[in-house]
Design a protein around this ligand. Sequence first.
Ligand SMILES: Nc1ncnc2c1ncn2[C@@H]1O[C@H](COP(=O)(O)OP(=O)(O)OP(=O)(O)O)[C@@H](O)[C@H]1O
Ligand SMILES: [Mg+2]
Length: 402
Amino acid sequence: MVKIVLENVTKIFTKKKQENKVLDDITFEVADGNFFGIIGQSGAGKTTLLRIIAGLEGPTHGRVKFDNTVVAEEGKIMVPIEERNIGMVFQTWALYPHLTSYENIAFPLRAKKMDENEIESTVLHLAKMLGIEEVLGRKPGRISGGQQQRVAVARALSKNPSLLLLDEPFSNLDATIKDNARSLIRTVQKEMLITAIIVSHDPADIFSLASDTLAITDGRNAQMDRTANLYHKPNNITVARSIGEMSVVQGFLTRDSRNDVEVKLGGSCKLGFRRDELIATAPGNNSDIRVGFRPESLELLDEKDISLKGSNDWALIGNGVVKICSYSAGIFRVLIRLEGLEDDIAVSSDVSIDTDSRISLYAKRHDLKLFDSRGNSILDYSTRTEKQGGPNNERRWISAST
Ligand SMILES: Nc1ncnc2c1ncn2[C@@H]1O[C@H](COP(=O)(O)OP(=O)(O)OP(=O)(O)O)[C@@H](O)[C@H]1O
Ligand SMILES: [Mg+2]
């Protein structure tokens, strides 16, 4: 195991005298034995960051430390990749096509001139752990994608690394075997006591593996936090959307004489907030803002139903119609359009709801997100002590299919 520290890492690529700042002042620490996530949109700089940690690139500015050893600083690499004791799994897995699975896994060990008996016992041990014993004699072209991925993991683990780096390792796998692959990686990382960093743009990878995560936007640190906090307490709209679906609608904020806040959405919806629920720098009276809704913090009700009316926890957002209802993994995703609002809102539902049904939309008050017009959160999350919603949140009655 090893602790990884990045201090003010900046990376500038220069091409034809044109400078391109790909990473800008990134600072974070991965504790010994932690599983750390890096999430961000395509081109955000995730792979570049991983390559700097690996030693395939040097930081233009800033410093990388493994425990207390400086491994790279200000454009210089002090400790090269082969001395960093790293296992890497790339998006493409990059197996050697002319070598059998056995030889692929053994490759780093041969490079280390390990004794043949020791190589054999290491390869067989890893193959057993990862369930690929039966494909050891076959070349990559003759095994499935899932098996290739496990061979790539075994190869990354064969020299008993203290750090495992994973760059979108599951993106070439079918959805059905992704969870098996994730669980396998988690088990191996725990059993072998390895510090691990996974880069992905898929929230499912990050949620299933990483306890802490860095969200990067355009090469900058957008939020470094417990993974669940990125979802429930995002710093801005980009972070919120990188870690899960969120619908955003326009709102208008007014303040009363006590500075308490009312947010008006299209139609007649008005949401009240105490002044201490917003940060001190939140916009003043008469400001355009954005309101964000996670799909599972919303409920669709038949317009005639009154079960949530009068509830303090739930706010009526408006009335509207169902545009489309699709299905995935036991959950229906319902896209609705509310009267007076220009943006569609996505809602999770346990039941199918007919297109064109008229519905009322309720939101769990404490799961609402508020952002200023530039997309930065204006909520003081420390005042939100109630249990957050989420995939496991208790569901209540839903039916709007009449
Ligand atoms: N060697 C290089 N020379 C010049 N520019 C580069 C180089 N490597 C990456 N870039 C640029 O840096 C930016 C970030 O690239 P990077 O591969 O780190 O993004 P990413 O977040 O991993 O994206 P993706 O999710 O698509 O894999 C991109 O604009 C890319 O074109
Ligand atoms: Mg990448």
